[in-house]
Ligand binder design. Sequence first.
Ligand code: DLL
Length: 432
Amino acid sequence: MFFQKDLETMSRKEIEELQLIRLKRLVKYCSDNVPFYHDRLEKAGVTADKIKCLEDIKYIPYTTKDDIRDNYPFGLFGQPMKNIVRIHASSGTTGKPTVVGYTKKDLDTWSDCMARLVMAAGATDEDIVQIAFGYGLFTGALGLHYGLEKIGATVVPTSSGNTEKQIMLMQDFKTTALVSTPSYAQYIGETAKDLGVIDNIHLRLGLLGSEGCTESMRDQIEKTLGLFATDNYGMSELMGPGVSGECELRCGLHINEDHFLAEIIDPETLEVLPKGSQGELVITTLTKEGIPMLRYRTKDISKINYEPCKCGRTFARMDKIKGRSDDMLKIRGVNVFPSQIESVLMKFDEIAPHYQLVITRSNYSDNLEVKIELADSSLLENYQELENLRGKIHHNLKTVLGIQTKVSLVEHKSLERFEGKAKRIVDLRKYE
Ligand code: DLL
């Protein structure tokens, strides 16, 4: 089933012609409306006229998360605030979040993109869909919410958490589709089993995303919940979910190429790689007004197949995300950068600049332990002071990361030292 069949089945030539027109228009838009881009493009000698074919995109400088941070909060917006109708945010690399804004037209485009992907996955207007992504600054819930409403599905905005109630409503409403992270879907499944109500669950479809999911984890989720699950990819800086998603054939995630121009680059040399290579995904948002992105470095590793899909869609398909070219972690669906943690820790004189992040998984949920070395072990002798310090660090980490952590203060010089690049992350999660 298609939402916008004429667009989703354009020939490669038509897609590329449309992308070129939009790319040229975008370069002018960015130069005219965003001082940051104006200066960058001028310095690089790029004008819309210089872009004669899609390959000429190589003249445009990359944009990174740091550029958004340096222009916090609204500096990269392409429209005055009176035209911005929605704000979302995700984790920044230090204390401040990465903020994005949408115009009315952006919200329309977003729901169209989402509507295409949920229909490609098999959702219909007969579905009753429980959205178990957190509503709020995170883009996941509202992105799917609007897309599903657009196709006429019945949306139940349960948000994340409160699992038993989630399961009760699932039975009472005869919910047919679940929107969540793979790990939350797995947890819901296990809880329903433990409660002895798994046979009363009527789910047939899982629209999963926002974090990695191996095929074996997906198998497990499908078996437990008795549904068919697709993978959906996106990021706040680009729009949120709606960038790409699997169709029912599940052989790659269709990129909404009329709105997103994708490239694959070598994250070390920053060279554009030949079609079909694996590398870092770079995306240019071709139509976004609120916060347009020129060649945004996603840091996600994937590759792209440009062959038309047997489902009839011609939009290129990206592989499931293979990893990251930076050290960002997804913990309980939330992006966590070690640099955010470091920025909190460095404010405390009582601790040494040595820490370790240990990530484990229990009950289908991630746990983050932050082990921090004391600057002076004498503090260990004063329990009350130690607890006060632990409490303060815990509070500040919660404020910056938005998730709970376990803070462990350890003796001076007890953490490993490194001669080369420090290895501070110990990721013990097992998905298989
Ligand atoms: O996670 C947007 C989203 C919401 C996508 C709901 C799909 C469904 P952020 O919070 O900005 O946005 O996180 C973006 O999450 O750069 C990837 O590293 C990771 N990510 C997102 N989707 C997937 C996926 C949303 N399907 C970051 N598989 C991205 C693996 C994913 N990683």
